[in-house]
Design a protein around this ligand. Sequence first.
Ligand code: TXA
Ligand code: MG
Length: 320
Amino acid sequence: MTLVSKDISNAIEILQRDQLVAIPTETVYGLAGNIFSETAIKRIFEMKKRPMFNPLIVHVASLEQLNEIVSHVPEKAKLLAEAFWPGPLTLILPKQNHIPNLVTAGKDTVGVRVPRHPIALELLKQLNFPLAAPSANPFGNISPTSSKHVKNYFEGVLEMVLEGGECKSGIESTIVGFENEEPVVYRLGSTSLEDIESIVGKVSIQNKKETAPNAPGMLSRHYAPETHTFLVDDAADFIKQYPEKKIGILSFDIEVIAPQIVEQKILSLKGDLEEATSQLYAALHELDSLELDMIVAQRFPDYGLGKSINDRLQRATKRK
Ligand code: TXA
Ligand code: MG
C-alpha cells in the first residue's frame, strides 16, 4: 500500500532510509529522493522507466543553497533566481564536483530550483540534503497534479505520497540554461516567457531538438495521454469529419456543441490563462480515463502561459 499523508516527519524518515516519497510542488508532484543516495537515485530512474541520459532537477530550500550546488552563477541567472524563487523556474548551471553524475546524467551542469509549495519548502528546510525530483509519472506520461494521479501511477511500488492538495501552477517549471552567460529557454513552463524577459530582456528559445536535446524532456513525444490527441485551430470544424467517433474536447473558454462529444473540459470559462494552466493536466488525465476515440484540443492563445500550454498539447499529440 502506498501511504498518502501530510506527515512531514514520516516523509523525512523514509527519505533518510534512501527510499522515495512523492512530494507536492506548485507545478506538479515530484518523485523525490536524496541526491547523495545512489540507491534512491537509481530507484527514481527505475520507477519512472526513465532513460539514464535524462538528468534530474535538484530541489533546494533557498537561494543561498545554490552556492553548495553550482560552481558559477551568471549575472542574469542571479537576477532570475531573485525574481522567481521560490517558484516554477529551473536554472541549468555548471555543477560542483560533489554533485553525483547519476543525478546529472553525466552532464557537467545541474538543474536547480526552489519550489514554492509550502509543504515542499518545509520538508527541504528540515532535511540535510537536497532532493532530486522528476515529475512523478512514468516516462512519457502526463505529469501528476494531485496525490490521486500519483497513486494511480505508482500504487504499491511507492512508499509514500506527501499530500499537498492540487498543484496550483499545474505545468512544469520553465527551464533556463546559459550559453556565454546569456539565458536560453530549454523548456517553456509555468513561468511565462514575458515574465522572464521582463527581468533579463529578450531570451532565445531552444526547445525543439529531437535528438540529444539540451533538456531531454523536450523529446517530441512527452506529456502524452494514451488516447489519440489532436491540437487544432477550430475544434467544431475539425470534428465534422468524425461524426461516428466518441470525442472529448479540451478548450480554453468556449463550448463546442456536437452530438459526438462525450465530454468537454473548458479550462477557464472566464478566459484566465493561469486558471487554465492549473487545470490542464487534471483535464487530460480525466479525458484519458474515459475510453474515448479521440481527444481534440483547441489551440490556446499564443502568449503568456498560453504558449506553454500549446507546447505541452503539441507534444501530447505525438504517437508512441
Ligand atoms: O516543475 C518541475 O520542474 C517538476 C517539479 C517536480 O519540480 N520537475 C520536472 O522534472 O518536471 P522532470 O525530470 O520531469 O523534467 C526535468 C527536465 C528534463 O527535461 C531534463 O532533461 C531537464 O529538466 N534537465 C535537468 N537537468 C538538466 C541539465 N543539467 N541540463 C539540461 N537539462 C536538464
Ligand atoms: Mg517529467
